[in-house]
Ligand binder design. Structure first.
Ligand SMILES: [Fe+2]
Ligand SMILES: [Fe+2]
Length: 298
């Protein structure tokens, strides 16, 4: 059954472009949210998941391009691919800095690479129905994941508590530049899914798989960082600590995350009903990294 009720908000749609940003990490401390390793490392999990995850998005989308019968959507998908490739690279570049600070993420990133490249990879399927089924399944998975990247992008753009706590400005700019582009392109994955399939059962099934995988990988990544942080004795990540920080505003609130679930599963869902493109564009117009990527003004 397909859901045709999703009505996009046209004014939230914007032409997408990748920004060739770069960041210098030498002044960023290990605990870039001062005095709060749990917040720091919970957010640091992004640097572990996104390089492999966003490379995988790009890999899958390059395969789906020939199935797109709408020029505007194809342009959106090409813009999305450019932005995600840049995000993947920018987060990857944080990892050598973590290694220099004594926190080697290789044991965890090796597992994440296996997850995206092998478990969610192409598999040796014969051409035809099985191969198409697996491609559509992955397109739907990406749509579900993008519901959360937009949620997190919107959250970090509004996370004033991180500024109040004196969080490292370079890390905040990375997170907000990325978050703003996630908000900019938040409808692309869902529009693509609706274009090539749109089945409601597939949407629910892949949401459940994506949500479970994200929770599993995230808590595992946070535990990995806390346990291997060379400055912590007996570092631990707990749900209680995460929940507390959600209440304080340094991490997303548990209630907000739970409330986002029925929205995605609603038959009337469309990502353009969430977040604000104007806010994302305003951030990108002021982001030090995005401005530097534009080059000097003539
Ligand atoms: Fe991204
Ligand atoms: Fe994205």
């Amino acid at each position: 059954m397909s859901n045709t009720q999703a009505r996009p908000v046209e004014s939230e749609r914007i032409a997408l472009k990748a920004r060739n940003v770069s960041f210098s990490w030498e002044d960023t401390p290990l605990h870039w949210v001062p005095g709060d390793p749990l917040t720091t490392h919970t957010i640091n999990v992004l640097h572990l998941l996104l390089p492999a995850g966003e490379r995988w998005f790009v890999h899958v989308y390059k395969q789906v391009l020939p199935l797109i019968r709408d020029d505007r959507l194809r342009a959106d998908v090409v813009g999305f691919i450019g932005q995600e490739a840049m995000h993947s690279q920018a987060h990857d570049e944080v990892l050598p800095h973590l290694r220099e600070l004594g926190l080697d993420p290789t044991p965890y990133t090796a597992q994440v690479d296996w997850f995206f490249e092998k478990l969610l990879g192409d598999r040796t399927l014969p051409p035809g129905r099985a191969r198409r089924w697996w491609l559509l399944e992955r397109v739907a998975l990406i749509a579900a994941i993008e519901h959360y990247t937009a949620f997190l992008g919107d959250w970090v753009l509004n996370a004033a508590e991180l500024d109040r706590r004196g969080a490292d400005p370079t890390m905040l700019d990375l997170l907000r530049w990325h978050g703003a582009e996630e908000v900019e392109h938040r409808s692309v994955a869902f529009d693509l899914f609706m274009h090539v399939d749109g089945g409601y059962r597939r949407r629910v099934r892949t949401w459940a798989a994506a949500f479970s995988a994200l929770v599993f990988l995230w808590q595992r990544g946070a535990r990995f960082f806390m346990e291997n942080d060379p400055t912590l004795v007996d570092g631990k990540a707990s749900f209680r600590g995460f929940h507390q920080r959600g209440r304080q505003g340094t991490l997303p609130a548990t209630g907000d995350m739970l409330r986002s679930i029925p929205r995605y599963l609603s038959r009337g869902y469309h990502p353009s009903h969430e977040c604000s493109t104007a806010q994302a564009v305003a951030y990108l117009a002021a982001s030090p990294a995005a401005l530097a990527a534009e080059g000097p003004v003539a």
